[in-house]
Design a protein around this ligand. Structure first.
Ligand code: UT7
Length: 322
């Protein structure tokens, strides 16, 4: 027997308003054809009045708790990944904790942008296995629409808002039983200038806007993701052929295709939601995971790889037996 963090529920939440490429093209110098061909994105959800990172996160968390058959009081740890917190401080996780009504446990945010959910999973898994808590909510939630420059067509068409959550529980399981099997996380700060926000409390005193050198980020993403996937598989003595599903960060359909090709993974094993959600940064992996769990693709016993890469650069992958 071995102590593992077992995935016992997933949930997600999206803003009410859907914005199609065609609608965007009315105000931005772009076209549905360009966006679909270069990214695979067809629409995104944009937060409206009253919808914030914490409200989306709370809705996703409630759905994950319901799926796990748990009450908020059962949760002793909330780790929330976001680059778009409601406030500079306190952590959005504490607002979610208060909204759920499970005050008293551990709650904090993790900042690793698009890889944030992988970082949050890694931290939560470690804390659960060292006995700091018995059950955790791990959440990725973003309102990137609030930090986009709507006059910059090279970035504003790419992102959307949303939240996804999972419940992890520390359990003694058999070696071939469920749980998080391996996680690898990386960062390389020298690439700050390729993907960043040009503001912040300590530098400009403003919130700032997303800036990205897209083609360069693209090249790094394919190389780094293929490497970290191989690293996690090697750690477990597995190959890509052993995987039932890959749930990647949803930035660009072409990145998903290129990474799958590099690893020899059939496209049918890759969960794709970028067409529906666009890039929701830290929310994209748990949103895609919840989608594939709820529509019955991901089933108990499946071997699932989560992976993401984003600003920092940061990147990582996590292998889970569901
Ligand atoms: O989540 C973190 C990770 N982020 C990513 O992984 C994003 C990675 N990068 C990408 O997904 C792609 O590089 C983009 C989707 C951002 C861009 O696609 P691309 O095929 O690399 O296009 P490009 O930047 O090389 O631009 C090609 C052309 C340019 O025009 P010229 O110079 O060839 O005349 C751009 O000005 O497309 C033009 N362009 C657009 N045209 C219509 C750029 N954005 C748009 C747009 N609509 N929205």
């Amino acid at each position: 027997m071995t102590l593992r963090s077992v995935l016992i529920g997933t949930g997600s939440a999206l803003p009410k308003r859907v914005v199609s490429n065609a609608e965007l093209a009315q105000t931005v110098d772009t076209s549905d054809e360009w966006i679909v061909e270069r990214t695979g994105i067809r629409q995104r959800y944009i937060a409206g009045e009253g919808e914030t990172t914490s409200t989306l996160a709370t809705d996703a968390a409630r759905r994950a708790l319901a799926a796990a058959g748990l009450e908020p009081a059962d949760i002793g740890l909330i780790v929330l990944a976001t680059a778009t917190p409601d406030q500079t401080f306190p952590a959005t996780a504490t607002q979610v904790q208060h909204a759920l009504g499970c005050n008293g446990g551990i709650a904090f945010d993790v900042a690793a942008v698009c890889s944030g959910f992988l970082y949050a999973m890694g931290v939560a898994d470690s804390l659960l296995r060292t006995g700091m808590a018995k059950r955790a909510l791990v959440i990725g939630a973003e309102t990137f629409s609030r930090i986009l420059d709507w006059d910059d067509r090279t970035t504003c068409v790419l992102f959307g808002d949303g939240a996804g959550a999972v419940v992890l529980e520390a359990r003694e399981v058999a070696e071939d039983g469920p749980g998080v099997l391996a996680t690898r996380l990386h960062a390389d700060g020298k690439h700050n200038g390729l993907l960043y926000v040009d503001g912040g409390p300590s530098s400009t005193g403003t919130v700032g806007h997303v800036r990205m050198k897209g083609p360069e980020v693209f090249r790094h993403a394919v190389v780094n993701l293929a490497e970290v996937l191989r690293e996690v598989l090697a750690d477990q003595g597995l190959t890509a052929a052993d995987l039932d599903w890959v749930v990647p960060h949803q930035a660009n359909q072409r990145i998903l295709d290129a990474t799958a090709r590099k690893l020899g993974l059939p496209a049918e094993k890759v969960v794709v939601t970028v067409d529906q959600h666009a890039n929701t940064s830290a929310a994209s992996v748990p949103l895609a995971l919840d989608t594939a769990v709820r529509d019955g693709r991901i089933k108990p016993g499946d071997l699932v790889m989560l992976e993401a890469m984003g600003g920092g650069f940061t990147w990582g992958a996590s292998l889970i037996r569901v």
